[in-house]
Design a binder for this molecule. Structure first.
Ligand SMILES: [Zn+2]
Length: 62
């Protein structure tokens, strides 16, 4: 499942970091991949899709 991601601009392997991001007024903490050189954070499409779906479901439950 896990693969190594490289920063497209720096060519270095991304590090796994705990990060917090906001979506629709809610905060989520997630292990994200971050470039140690330029600081760019990669949110994989799987993560984005999964998280966004969770948020949408939570909002619908109200
Ligand atoms: Zn980089």
């Amino acid at each position: 499942m896990e693969r190594n991601w490289k920063c497209v601009s720096c060519g270095v392997e991304l590090e796994r970091k705990k990060a917090v991001f906001d979506y629709m007024g809610r905060s989520f903490s997630e292990n994200l991949l971050k470039c140690p050189k330029c600081g760019k954070v990669l949110i994989t499409s799987d993560l984005a899709a999964g998280r966004m779906r969770e948020v949408e479901e939570m909002l619908e439950d109200k």
